[in-house]
Design a protein around this ligand. Structure first.
Ligand code: NAD
Ligand code: UD1
Length: 331
């Protein structure tokens, strides 16, 4: 029995593939390389120390999916494949709806055709919108997303819940990630930001590498202890481990936050990065970024209680590992 990992050469998918292989699982990876490539696959195989069963295929391609499901005895799908750039989704909404929503629909139709009834899905804390109080709990109302990317996640969550309600032999686990950062401790796997990064950690590592002159801290006048925004940063290794636990505990239709339960401010991240790496990060305070909320962090009790999930890595390790990955990229 195999586990099909869509988007398995991407940032979070590749870390999860390694954890599944470590557990002795038979893994089949599918990716269209729109945001990764053969290099990532090679590095993944290098760390795993063995070849990986891989298909360069698109989740929108029903024929390719049929071939994969027809060849392998797939017991579960871990579905990472998707476009994820918030800003880009505003300019290209149809591309996001097609790739993420229609892609997931095509994938789920293939699952149905081949009787595959176990699905783990990559959602995001963005589905909590801006009206809920923190910490975010899984039973809070969702929606009110401010961009097409977030709306695709919300729509897919509903598609999956509807599927389970139509036939409760489908086991669906929706994982809402908070802010994934960090990289594989080998320094050979990590996030590939296309162009100038929008997210904080890749921006910081590029400043550290001298590729960007300084970090702009988007607002220091929020109602937080130091005035900068608080986020729940989680190491990608912890996040990957959460997927293994989700697979081991599939049953019914469940939603879990994957975060640490702690908010860290932008200024604290900058300070921690400098402490952890010894590299200083020139920075200035600028205006707020439109659409940002002051505080976002997870209530982690449900994942702890039902999956036995606890994030282990601290901010210093997240910074060190992110920097090791950036240093690898800069070589
Ligand atoms: P990523 O871009 O590194 O990985 C996604 C992978 O999916 C890429 O390798 C890409 O080539 C592939 N892909 C995209 N569209 C595809 C398609 N149509 N067919 C086949 N492959 C396709 O992103 P990531 O950070 O690893 O994110 C994985 C998932 O987690 C995404 O669904 C993303 O929306 C979600 N997520 C990510 C974050 C984050 O901060 N990284 C936060 C919340 C949720
Ligand atoms: C963003 C997305 C969210 C997505 C997540 C993926 C928005 C509104 N939200 O979350 O949907 O799931 O990325 O990780 O885009 N910051 C700076 N300077 C920078 C970059 C960021 O000060 O150059 C600050 C931001 O204001 C924010 C914090 O750093 O307070 C984290 O930003 P970011 O990494 O972009 O994540 P989110 O905005 O939380």
């Amino acid at each position: 029995m195999s586990i099909l990992v869509t988007g398995g050469t991407g940032y979070i998918g590749s870390h999860t593939v390694l954890k599944l292989l470590e557990r002795g699982k038979d893994v089949v990876v599918l990716d269209n390389f729109s945001n990764s490539g053969p290099d990532a696959l090679r590095r993944l195989e290098d760390i795993a120390g063995r070849p990986i069963t891989f298909y360069k295929a698109d989740i929108l391609d029903a024929n390719a999916l049929s071939k994969i499901f027809g060849t392998h005895n797939v017991e579960a799908v871990v579905h990472f494949a998707g476009l994820k750039a918030v800003g880009e989704s505003v300019g290209k909404p149809l591309e996001y709806y097609r790739n993420n929503v229609a892609g997931t629909l095509t994938l789920l139709e293939a699952c149905r055709a081949f009787g595959v009834k176990n699905v783990v899905f990559s959602s995001s804390a963005t589905v909590y919108g801006s009206a809920n109080p923190t910490p975010y709990r899984e039973d809070m109302p969702t929606g009110g997303c401010t961009n097409p990317y977030g709306r695709t996640k919300h729509i897919i969550e509903q598609m999956l819940q509807d599927l389970h309600h139509s036939d409760n032999s489908y086991n669906v686990t929706i994982l809402r990630y908070f802010n994934p950062i960090g990289a594989h401790p080998s320094g050979k796997l990590g996030e590939l930001p296309g162009g100038t990064p929008n997210n904080l950690m890749p921006y910081i590592t590029q400043v550290a590498a001298g590729k960007l002159p300084k970090l702009n801290i988007f607002g220091a006048d929020y109602d937080t202890p130091d005035g900068t925004c608080l986020r729940d940063y989680i190491h990608v290794e912890d996040l990957a481990h959460g997927h293994v636990l989700a697979l081991e505990n599939l049953g019914g239709c469940n939603v879990y936050n994957l975060g640490t339960g702690r908010g860290t401010s932008v200024s604290e991240i900058v300070r921690s990065f400098e402490e952890a790496t010894g590299v200083s990060i020139p920075h200035v305070i600028t205006d707020r970024r439109p659409g940002d909320i002051a505080v976002s962090f997870a209530d982690t009790r449900k994942a702890q209680r039902e999956l036995g999930f606890t994030a282990e890595c601290g901010i210093h390790q997240m910074c060190r590992d992110s920097w090791r990955w950036q240093s690898f990229l800069s070589k």
